[in-house]
Design a protein. Structure first.
Length: 260
């Protein structure tokens, strides 16, 4: 009888473990509110968005259902007050990035974790929201072994289509916490003969549309382009020519990428 009891206990434990193996991969920091808009994949990078909607509730509903522009989702939604909701298993492909490119990556939904921030794109991001995002990034990078520098903007991978998160997003604050790439404050001027286009490409930008790539770079690293401009509009377009500050920042980011 004792042997039979041991077998029963072992069988019960096996069932528990099997159930755990099939359970969604979830963050302990977030409430679970699943969306059906996903399929399977593995993540190596994190993409940040702003919702461009009027409220957290509206964004949550959209990310869990169909809408007039097709189904969209993200792995996480972070509210202005710091609440974090997880909608999609981290092992699944949320539909957030769309068509784009970052370095050698051409299927960003397959390669990324998508995080939506409740913000309409015309105002600064709330302190509680940024603090919650930093906690979430720490959790994700630790558990999923994603490099802490591999945190980018939606606009970085799709500069011809997207502008999120807006120029109001505090990338320097994230960098101070150890996430994303950021130029050093004491970076020297770029040397003679430095090629800024090659540096943009080294960072990951798709330079086939150079004005769009430069606009995305300036939005992220210089806070330029805060006024909302419709995607595809020429109004408020940034010049193609690189100025001295573009070159200085790009040279330093290139040096950091090369370990110098």
């Amino acid at each position: 009888m004792r042997g039979r009891g041991v077998l029963v206990a072992a069988f019960a434990m096996a069932l528990v473990l099997a159930g755990c193996a099939g359970a969604p991969q979830r963050s302990p920091l977030a409430a679970w509110s699943p969306s059906k808009n996903h399929d399977a994949r593995h993540a190596t990078i994190i993409v940040l968005h702003h919702t461009q909607m009027a409220s957290f509730e509206e964004a949550l509903a959209t990310l869990k259902s169909a809408n007039d522009q097709g189904r969209v989702s993200a792995h996480y939604l972070v509210a202005e007050d710091g609440r974090i909701v997880q909608l999609v298993d981290e092992r699944a492909r949320a539909w957030h990035a769309g068509i784009g490119r970052w370095g050698a990556l051409t299927d960003l939904n397959d390669a990324s974790i998508g995080i939506e921030l409740d913000n309409d794109g015309t105002e600064p991001f709330a302190e509680a929201q940024v603090a919650a995002l930093i906690r979430l990034l720490d959790d994700l990078c630790t558990r999923l072994t994603i490099p802490r520098t591999a945190v980018i903007a939606h606009a970085d991978l799709a500069p011809t289509r997207k502008a999120d998160p807006s120029a109001y997003f505090p990338w320097a604050r994230l960098a101070a916490a150890g996430f994303g790439e950021w130029p050093r404050a004491d970076a020297p001027p770029a040397p003679e003969g430095f090629d800024p286009v090659l540096a943009l490409a080294l960072l990951g930008y798709d330079t086939r549309d150079l004005p769009a790539a430069l606009a995305a770079f300036r939005r992220r690293f210089r806070g330029m382009g805060t006024a909302p401009t419709p995607v595809g509009s020429d109004e408020g377009a940034l010049p193609v020519a690189f100025d001295d500050e573009d070159r200085r920042l790009l040279f330093d980011l290139r040096q950091q990428r090369l370990g110098r």
